[in-house]
Design a protein. Sequence first.
Length: 127
Amino acid sequence: MNDEWFFGIQGGKCMKKIVSGITFIVLSLVFSSFTALADPTTAPVHITQIRPYNTQGASCGVVYIAVDQTLACNTNVFQIDLCFGGGKEVYAAALTAFAASKAVQVEVVNSGCTGWGTKIQSLFMNN
């Protein structure tokens, strides 16, 4: 099939430009929105509790961390999913901050807040 069948004889080239323009705008919005989704991030908080949790039947578990303030997602308990790429590194950062009594900032996953046990995208350790 040719373009004339789909767009009509008169509007083929014009319609192609419109479709191309709309496609460009949509793709630009999709790709530019990924960087803005990794929020919210808490102010500096201290980890008060770490709870590794073995999920029966799963190849990996989760780790719950409690922080000393409820600043984001209406909770003070967050989840590190060890199945996520980088999950073990986030867990290591949490253990380090907990052992050293260092403040961290919690950044939630791109899908956003889910209340208690919101998943963590990353931890910022502050000096």
